[in-house]
Design a protein around this ligand. Structure first.
Ligand code: SF4
Length: 276
């Protein structure tokens, strides 16, 4: 009897091991080559939060295995180089980030960060910005450049937020895009950094570097956004956007890319092209 008992024990242990291996295998398969089982679920959850228009545009694109693999390697390298890459514009709420993003056009983030503390103290709500006297807001944001058109954009955007959204910045992409002064890049900045949606923010660095990396051949920001969204899983989008901007400032400079110092050199078809 005891011998029988121990053999039954062994059999059930064997069964349990087989079961464990099967679960592991399924998890690995589901996660794909690039992440854990938990990552896979995270991916699915984030995918549900991708804005429907972008989903439609991605749906029309073809998948390219090699390009996807290279894009993932690039994203991994950028993660290594800039592990903490995040939004450089100081803000405490969606309205502040929206205004700071409008001010950051043709201006450095550092300059915007110098202006915004006093600005946000003076104009704490959307209606404060919307009703600011002509000339006053212009003076407050003068050092960020193009202050007349930026003041107009801030006023109009804040008027819309006050009149149509009860003073609260909307979360939905289609609603954000109805705000005068808000284009897709600004909407993605706010959605990603304040509301946790996956988003790619295509600015001039993003456009230039993704073209150099041959991850896209488009110059239209919306097409670039869809191309990259087709290559990278949503959980990579936010970090990729922040880090590619940092990479553009530090290494892949517009005037002279520093390919000799670039961590992406082996993955970049344009490496040293400017020297030829
Ligand atoms: S290798 Fe040169 S061109 Fe390519 S990403 Fe790096 S710095 Fe830019």
């Amino acid at each position: 009897m005891p011998a029988r008992k121990s053999s039954a024990k062994k059999t059930s242990a064997k069964k349990a091991n087989v079961k464990k291996t099967a679960v592991k295998k399924t998890a690995k398969k589901s996660a794909g080559a690039t992440g854990s089982f938990a990552d896979h679920h995270l991916k699915s959850r984030l995918w549900d939060r991708v804005d429907p228009d972008l989903k439609n545009r991605i749906g029309r694109l073809r998948a390219n295995g090699r390009l996807t693999e290279r894009a993932l390697k690039i994203a991994k390298e950028l993660k290594k180089e800039f592990p903490d890459a995040t939004c450089a514009l100081h803000h405490e709420n969606p309205l502040q980030l929206l205004v700071a993003t409008i001010l950051s056009a043709q201006c450095t983030d550092e300059r915007v960060n110098m202006v915004t503390p006093a600005l946000f103290k003076k104009y704490p709500t959307a209606v404060d910005f919307a009703s600011s006297p002509k000339g006053e807001l212009e003076k407050d944001i003068k050092s960020t450049g193009f202050f007349n058109s930026k003041a107009k954009s801030v006023r109009e955007t804040c008027r819309d937020i006050h009149e149509r959204f009860g003073g609260k910045v909307p979360e939905a992409m289609d609603e954000l895009l109805t705000l005068r002064g808000v284009a897709r890049k600004t909407a993605n900045v706010v959605r990603t950094n304040c509301f946790g949606y996956p988003g790619l923010t295509v600015d001039t660095h993003f456009k230039r570097i993704t073209n150099l990396l041959k991850l896209t051949s488009n110059s239209d920001p919306e097409k670039i956004e869809a191309d990259l969204a087709n290559l990278l899983p949503p959980e990579n989008w936010s970090h990729f956007s922040h880090s590619i901007i940092l990479h553009g400032r530090k290494t892949c400079k517009a005037r002279k890319p520093l390919c000799g110092e670039c961590g992406l050199v082996k993955l970049c078809p344009s490496a040293f092209a400017h020297e030829k």
